[in-house]
Design a protein around this ligand. Structure first.
Ligand code: PLP
Length: 383
């Protein structure tokens, strides 16, 4: 049956439990399943391979991304790890330069050791990507919007580059969530999510997922999921299924609040720059408008004078925005990329892309926007 997004989050892949009629998918807290005779079972043998709570979540996630196969992992990095394990020494991957730090670390520090070669390229110009393609290139890895500078990469254009070269395109869709953006529809082969963020939505689970259409690709990734074993437990799958039921409502409010807070910051006398793709003068606004349903609640901003002490003072004095890693939960968070998520990148490199000492990143939650504005006003009065 055809379902629109707000119906899919609640119903796709989810059937009342066949043994009791329970409306909510039960937490199948079991590691194994009885067999009548060797090999004679009901499709479930061992929970690393299959678990009914996980199956419901995987089917639901596939539907949200307009894909055929959902494959869950015990973290977002576990999901990315599985993608790279499809390749072998000598293979090359071209990745967005403005990349989640953990992904950069996994690529360079783990897979670099095994002879996989990575190129990090700013992707606003597809020609820069084309220049790096050779017969060893196997994958283009795109993250959009990027963290924390909120650049937008044209997924349709990247998929044309990938198709022409005969390589795969993967998109880290964590910042957008499936509500705001569906990369498979734009030509990507693999969508990756840190489910920890908007999909879970309540800052209580760490999980990752891959969604694909192609059966052969799915088979390879499911093989790695089981063979490498980074699978999530049923309790976490239940929490995410529950979180997803309100994804559309939360994302609408995140986007509305994002718009309000971005506009407030833009008019604040102590604020220098505000990075949010919803602004008409954002350099990639036209692409954002084309490929995203709305602009979300992730915002970065800098302070006049660019003093680290000022940024610290603001973050120490917030009453509602909690200073913490992560994003995408119902509660508002703030972070300081220069000293937290991006501390491992040398200052010169950081500053080239605008990631300066006074840059503060906000994950705007779903609270009342008026209260969030008041919190910003009072925290900013300390500088
Ligand atoms: C958090 C995050 C990841 C890693 O996911 P984990 O669930 O923390 O392993 C990957 N990409 C992006 C964009 C993220 O924000």
């Amino acid at each position: 049956m055809f379902m629109k997004f707000g119906t899919k989050v609640i119903h796709a892949g989810i059937e009342p439990d066949p043994s009791t009629g329970a409306i909510m998918t039960p937490i199948y807290q079991t590691s194994t399943y009885v067999q009548k005779s060797p090999g004679d079972h009901k499709g479930y043998e061992y929970s690393r391979t299959h678990n009914p709570t996980r199956t419901a979540l995987q089917d639901n996630l596939a539907a949200l991304e307009n894909g055929k196969h959902g494959i869950c992992f015990s973290s977002g990095l576990g999901a990315i790890d599985a993608v790279v394990k499809m390749f072998k020494p000598g293979d090359e991957i071209i990745s967005t330069s403005d990349l989640y730090g953990g992904t950069y670390r996994l690529f360079t520090k783990i897979f670099g050791q095994y002879g996989i070669k990575f190129h990090f390229v700013p992707m606003d110009d597809p020609k820069l990507v084309e220049e790096k393609i050779n017969q060893n290139t196997k994958l283009i890895w795109v993250e959009t919007p990027t963290n924390p500078m909120m650049n937008i990469i044209d997924l349709r254009k990247m998929s044309e580059v990938a198709k022409k070269a005969g390589v795969l395109l993967a998109a880290d869709n964590t910042f957008a969530s499936p509500y705001l953006q569906n990369p498979l529809d734009l030509g990507a082969d693999i969508v990756m999510h840190s489910v920890t963020k908007y999909l879970g939505g309540h800052s209580d689970v760490v999980m990752g997922a891959l969604i694909v259409n192609d059966d052969e690709l799915a088979e390879k990734l499911v093989f790695i999921q089981n063979a490498s074993g980074a699978t999530p437990g049923p309790q976490d799958c239940f929490l995410v299924l529950r979180g997803i039921k309100t994804l559309h409502l939360r994302m609408e409010r995140h986007s509305q609040n994002g718009k309000t807070i971005a506009a407030y910051l833009k008019n604040h006398p102590k604020v220098d720059k505000v990075y949010w793709p919803g602004f008409e003068d954002h350099p990639n606004h036209a692409i954002a408008k084309k490929q995203m349903r709305d602009f979300g609640g992730m915002i970065s901003f800098t302070l006049h004078g660019n003093r680290l002490e000022d940024a610290k003072k603001v973050m120490e004095n917030f009453k509602l925005f909690s200073l913490a890693e992560s994003l995408g939960g119902v509660e508002s968070l703030c972070g300081h990329p220069a000293s937290m998520t991006h501390a491992s990148i040398p200052r010169e490199e950081r500053e080239k892309v605008g990631l300066v000492d006074s840059l503060i990143r906000l994950s705007v939650g779903v609270e009342d926007a008026e209260d969030l504005k008041n919190d910003l006003a009072q925290a900013m009065s300390f500088i």
